[in-house]
Design a protein around this ligand. Structure first.
Ligand code: FES
Ligand code: FES
Length: 231
């Protein structure tokens, strides 16, 4: 089955804009039917980081197409709600739309850009964080679902200025190239080791299999994790 998000990615034209190292998008779409309009609205709702959008409405070919530009943006904004959780050991309270994805709340609202956006479709693991001791993909978790929970991001691993052993091991084993996948790799390994600190090499390979590294640093990543599991 196709993962959620893929279909929309191909059918819409998203242009990445460089905005202070955060990912934002220009949304360009031709809307020719009510169904396409609804689909575009859903995509915009799920992706609040789309900061600019153009929606083209071609001249109607028949009166079954009755969209006007002002129909696109007349919708009321979703309701904000208060969401409390613990983030990297500190109580955190936000006024936020509960359906927004945790990834974007961390990156955009809280400025914690260590958690990365890779695919947005649960395929790469770049956005992995820990929620109540479980490694989860924050691009797929609505922020309302972390209410009352404990969230740990890569920024929360070091204690008193000392890197976590996994962070040190990644540096020592040169287990990164561009480093984009690294926070997700470390958080996923951290989640695995919360359950079993003495992971075998086979368990590491299996547990890390769904975290992707485009630079091909997998061998060194496994070695780094293994070096911590052996201590
Ligand atoms: S960004 Fe979440 S899995 Fe790729
Ligand atoms: S180090 Fe570049 S994607 Fe993994």
């Amino acid at each position: 089955m196709q993962p959620p998000g893929c279909r929309q990615r191909r059918r819409h034209h998203l242009v990445r804009l460089d905005t202070r190292m955060q990912y934002s998008y220009e949304f360009v779409k031709s809307v020719e039917s009510v169904a396409a309009f609804e689909e575009a609205k859903q995509l915009l709702k799920r992706s609040p980081e789309i900061i600019r959008f153009k929606i083209r409405i071609p001249k109607p070919k028949s009166d079954t197409i009755a969209l006007q530009p002002n129909q696109l943006f007349g919708e009321e904004k979703p309701m904000k709600e208060t969401i409390d959780f613990r983030l990297n050991g500190k109580p955190t309270k936000l006024e936020v739309e509960g359906d927004r994805m945790l990834l974007w709340v961390l990156r955009t609202d809280l400025g914690l850009t260590g958690t990365k956006f890779g695919c947005g479709a649960s395929l790469c693991g770049a956005c992995t964080v820990i929620v109540n001791k479980e490694a989860v993909r924050s691009c797929q978790v609505a922020v309302k679902n972390v209410r009352g929970k404990e969230v740990i991001t890569i920024e929360g691993l070091a204690t008193n200025g000392n890197l976590h052993p996994l962070q040190k091991a990644f540096a020592e084993h040169d287990a990164l190239q561009c480093g984009f996948c690294t926070p997700g790799m470390i958080m996923n390994a951290y989640g695995l080791m919360l359950k079993n600190p003495k992971l075998t090499r086979a368990q590491i390979i299996e547990g890390m299999d769904q975290n992707l590294c485009r630079c091909g640093a997998h061998n060194r990543i496994v070695q780094a994790i293994e070096s911590v599991a052996k201590k």
